[in-house]
Design a protein around this ligand. Sequence first.
Ligand code: BG6
Ligand code: MG
Length: 218
Amino acid sequence: MIKAVIFDMDGVLTETSHQHFLAWNRLAEELGYILPLEVKDAVRGISRLASLDIVLKAVNADKRFTESEKLVLAEIKNIYYIESIKRFTAEDLSGGARELLELLKENGLKIALASASKNSKFLLRAMEIKQYFDIVVDPAVIQKGKPAPDIFLKAAELLNIAPEDCIGIEDAYAGIESIQRAGMTALGVGDAAVLSNCSIVFDNLQGVYSYFVRLFRE
Ligand code: BG6
Ligand code: MG
């Protein structure tokens, strides 16, 4: 029986996958590279430092920087990213997000956030949805990022709900794998071609809303 829904943030509750890509692109350009568009999907769900490795590899620069230089590059990318989200408001929520959160609450489900982003708490407040979340996993305490199951398992543990009673919602291939490895039901949002490892994919959160309306009627 489904008792909780665990959300990803970027690319699910808001379209910030785009802002993440633009920030990486700005950094890459300053370093003299053109970032291939495929990187946008490749870094979905992946932690900041692991994403930097993907970015550098994509432009054949994976040997160019020391570990301490990479920390600086990741920090610069984060400054660009924060700059691009600093004026976010409730208007930047994905269509259908608030209605979905309301529906889940009305039906007595717990709601959690399992985002790899250290900027998610800011977005929850900026988009005025923090009050819907029973728990928010701090990605800083998670040893292994997505696709490892750790962050979704942590959410279930904090909610005190068995993983099999949880649904996870993700826009990332790595995120779907993380949910599945945690033993939860995975719902994908976005491009079904990117989410080839997920059997239930919706174009957007309106689709997810209809899914839950049907589920609650059963
Ligand atoms: C994930 C994004 O939610 O968070 C990734 O999909 C991002 O693209 C990761 O790299 C880490 O985010 P941040 O804000 O901590 O750099
Ligand atoms: Mg995401």
